[in-house]
Design a protein around this ligand. Sequence first.
Ligand code: FE2
Length: 433
Amino acid sequence: MSLAAPPADAAQPIDDPAAIRGADPALLGAALRASRQRTLARLASYERALAPTGMTVPYSPEVNPPLWEMGHLAWFQEYWIARNPDCHRGIDAPIDAPRMPSLREDADRHYDSSRVEHTARWRLPLADHAATRDFLDRTLDRTLDIMAAWRPSADPLHAPPYFAWLALMHEDMHGEAAVYMANKLSIPLDAGRPRAREDGDAEGGVMAAVEIPAGRCEIGSRAGACAFDNELPRQHVELAAFVIDAAPVSNAAFLAFVEAGGYEQRHCWTAAGWEWRQRHSAGWPRFWRRNGPAWEQRWFGAWEPIVAQAPVCNVTAHEADAWCRWAGRRLPDEREWECAARSHGSRAGRGAGHAFAWGDVWEWTATEFAGYPGFRAYPYREYAEVFFGKGYRVLRGGSWATQAHVASATFRNWDLPQRRQIFAGLRLAWDLD
Ligand SMILES: [Fe+2]
């Protein structure tokens, strides 16, 4: 099978993953400034909501202390750019090279995520709001001063703009985490919702599916552009024929499973899924509740009627697997997802006439997270390699809260199958006999 180039979306360069991965320093500088404005706006929302508790939140394995998150963003950018003596070498920078001093004496002790384990972050004497904002401001100023001397490179993986791209992706990924943390913590945030499709049927079913014939498909990031190590090397894979739905499973379609007693039917669940369902006494997706005859969903602290045609969100991989068994279908393999997205897809709402819309919820796949054959770790080793082979499941696509320039058809997200604070749903696939 020969696949045409992905359809071009009418995105501004600052929003376009391909343009941003080209790593022009001027574009990256503008994107870093815009990203920081979003970070500070979210910080302000947290400050308003958490003023009574002094910005503290109860311990949870699903969140970080908000001020730790903010200080960590400043630390990451400074660590990889201003403090990195080998920044000019891009992915060839040695990982253990000593760093230059930070603007904050406590930066590595407090904000290095590989040194400070999750529970310890609650016990740290973290900088207060004003000092954290100052750290964010001064590190960004320093980054932009350094970047002013950079030139565009035809090989950005081996040039300093790689680290600016990495810091940008990092800040925007933490930005999405701040959105789902706010949702979990019932912090009011002006963050939107997944969009409802207009072409579903009355029960929330999807009107179309995409048939992909057996053949060869190319996956992975292109050469000559910034990429995460886990997206490389680009390669051809052989796939059997399959069919994949044109859109993720809707709330209405998932509700049919709930109302049919799917959460009580053992045969719908994997052994691990049933154990999870029993332990949590789960009877429907997180943040749902029944209100008389109606169902509601909690968004950022407010209960709202469930939107039938919007994709189901905040479900675990266990629930996704169970829904598939109940429906007689399966989750796609991540290679199938990328193949369909590259040949037929567009991020939802950004391109007309595409059969495979994505980008409103992350989509669980059937694939356990691992490196592609020929994987080579890049200097930020804690990003992906440490999660390989440890039971993490790949998610593809992106949610409505994912910054546009992060979401690409090659991007691989991952999480544990029991995680449900993330904006994740599912899409059905099946074999073509
Ligand atoms: Fe991080």
